[in-house]
Design a protein around this ligand. Structure first.
Ligand SMILES: Nc1ncnc2c1ncn2[C@@H]1O[C@H](COP(=O)(O)OP(=O)(O)O)[C@@H](O)[C@H]1O
Ligand SMILES: [Mg+2]
Length: 183
């Protein structure tokens, strides 16, 4: 049986971006049917960086860029074969507020939906989804003077909820740098 949990390590922001890109490529075949990625982790953990990678892997339309939707709640992007809905539930308190804001329109066929702060609206999300939790890890990756800002290692823990999510997870693992995954 396919695994339902994988831990990745991302020493630098570029690694988180690359992991996101690999997931985006893995999700390509699921855009038509629709798929939800439930992102967890504190402020600054790297959720938006990760979504930027997912967008690239899905084939983000030229000229489009991914920014944090914290203040707009949702941003919508054209990707190959459909849309990427990028939501941020930071300012929402529960499923009722999710529905009241009309965000359920961002779930369903034709789109990959990435939800930052997914844990704030879990009841509004489909049972079938991939959960990805990011957290800073102890490490000595701080590089003063780095033009990309301070770098710090992150731990990404992915959990598949449902059979489709397990298939996505297996494909993601195969596409991600092998050294990034640990059992
Ligand atoms: N290993 C890493 N992975 C992701 N981001 C990192 C990493 N190391 C440093 N960073 C920095 O941390 C910040 C993460 O910001 P962001 O993705 O907006 O977080 P969130 O959306 O979780 O609040 C970025 O400035 C990024 O450059
Ligand atoms: Mg964010």
């Amino acid at each position: 049986m396919a695994e339902d949990r994988i831990v990745f390590r991302a020493p630098r922001a570029a690694d988180t971006l690359a992991l996101g890109r690999a997931l985006g490529v893995a999700l390509g075949p699921w855009v038509a049917e629709g798929f939800v990625v439930d992102l967890r982790g504190d402020l600054g953990a790297g959720k938006t960086v990760f979504v930027r990678g997912v967008a690239a892997g899905l084939g983000l339309a030229p000229g489009e860029s991914v920014a944090s939707p914290t203040f707009t709640l949702a941003r919508d992007h054209a990707v190959e074969g459909g849309r990427l809905a990028h939501l941020d539930a930071y300012r929402l308190d529960g499923a009722d507020e999710f529905f009241a804001a009309g965000l359920d329109e961002c779930l369903g066929p034709g789109q990959v939906t990435c939800v930052e702060w997914g844990e704030r609206v879990t009841e509004a999300l489909p049972a079938e989804r991939l959960e990805v939790a990011l957290e800073p890890e102890e490490g000595e990756c701080e590089e003063p003077g780095d033009p990309n800002g301070p770098q710090g290692p992150r731990r990404l823990e992915a959990r598949a909820h449902g059979a489709r999510a397990r298939a996505v997870l297996a494909r993601w693992r195969a596409l991600a740098e092998p050294r990034a995954a640990t059992p």
